[in-house]
Design a binder for this molecule. Structure first.
Ligand SMILES: N[C@@H](CCC[C@H](N)C(=O)O)C(=O)O
Length: 292
């Protein structure tokens, strides 16, 4: 269609997000446009959150999520908070329901500006994460990196919160592990037929975790909301923490509550940076006057 649509460059605790308004259109942001935008000095992003119309009763919008390599993702917690902030600012509404590849998500903006997203329910079955091999105990699977007799990372907990995650438990500072080296090896390991997000988590106490993530289709990011949910759930599932925790990601704290309903609620901030218009087919863009 060639025409330009509005976008907003935002972030969720430093997770770089581009929210693109595709309402009123029948096409989609292309992988080529995502790759082109990702290489821009001002538009460099971790995820694109494209807002689309939907005719599903009770659902406000459909969200299409693209990683910086052009791959699509089922879930993006930080990006969803950015979408909520943008829509709340536009409409004055405070709560929304979205259709994503992970299912129907609800979210709301609170009076203090923080945003809570119901990320849905965790999936622990090996064939639904998915894994390429049968593991009935997904609290710790046979996967390691480093010397065979003294692995650097091993026995991760694995699960899906719409997208696949592996959580490696460590005793030392999370910054003391070479995740930049191990991340891509593990992201693309054959045990993960759809690849996976790779995190290292350090339990500080029964209510607090430190977390770093190598994101599927992106690389190292300053925050990964779905990984924070995954780490919180896996920590509680293995009796390392309570079900309500603070997860410290490099960009700041996220509050995760794995409720008795089995739903995982993530709460955190979102930040607008600048707006512009973009061609969703090519990635050509220009900033609005104020942002130029
Ligand atoms: N940063 C996101 C995760 C985005 C998706 C992930 N890269 C994947 O492909 O699964 C988040 O905040 O959840």
């Amino acid at each position: 269609m060639g025409s330009m649509v509005p976008f907003a460059k935002m972030n969720g605790l430093g997770n770089d997000i581009v929210v693109i308004d595709m309402r009123g259109r029948t096409d989609a942001v292309t992988a080529e446009a995502a790759i082109a935008l990702a290489s821009g000095d001002r538009t460099g992003f971790d995820q694109i959150m494209a807002i689309h119309d939907t005719d599903i009763d009770g659902v406000d919008y459909r969200i299409d999520i693209l990683n910086r390599d052009g791959s699509r993702s089922q879930a993006c917690g930080n990006g969803t908070r950015c979408v909520v902030q943008a829509l709340a600012s536009e409409t004055g509404r405070k709560s929304f329901t979205f259709k994503t590849l992970a299912g129907i998500l609800t979210a709301e903006e609170h009076e203090d500006g923080l945003i809570s997203v119901d990320m849905g329910v965790p999936e622990f079955r090996w064939d639904r994460i998915p894994l390429a091999e049968e593991f009935y105990d997904t609290t710790r699977i046979e996967l390691q990196v480093g010397p065979i007799d003294d692995p650097v990372l091993h026995s991760p907990s694995v699960m899906s919160i719409g997208n696949p995650h592996a959580i490696f438990w460590v005793k030392e500072d999370v910054w003391s592990y070479d995740l930049e080296r191990f991340g891509p090896l593990l992201e693309n390991h054959p045990i993960f037929p759809e690849r996976a997000n790779i995190s290292i988590a350090r339990v500080l106490n029964d209510q607090t975790l430190d977390l770093r993530t190598w994101e599927r289709g992106v690389g190292l990011t300053r925050a990964c909301g779905s990984a924070a949910c995954a780490a919180a759930v896996c920590a509680a599932r293995t009796d390392r923490t309570r079900r309500r925790v603070t997860v410290n990601v490099p960009g700041g704290p996220l509050h995760i509550d794995w409720r008795a309903s089995n739903h995982v609620i993530m709460t955190g901030p979102a930040e607008w940076e600048f707006s512009g218009t973009v061609d969703p087919l090519t990635g050509d863009w220009k900033a609005d006057e104020a942002a130029a």
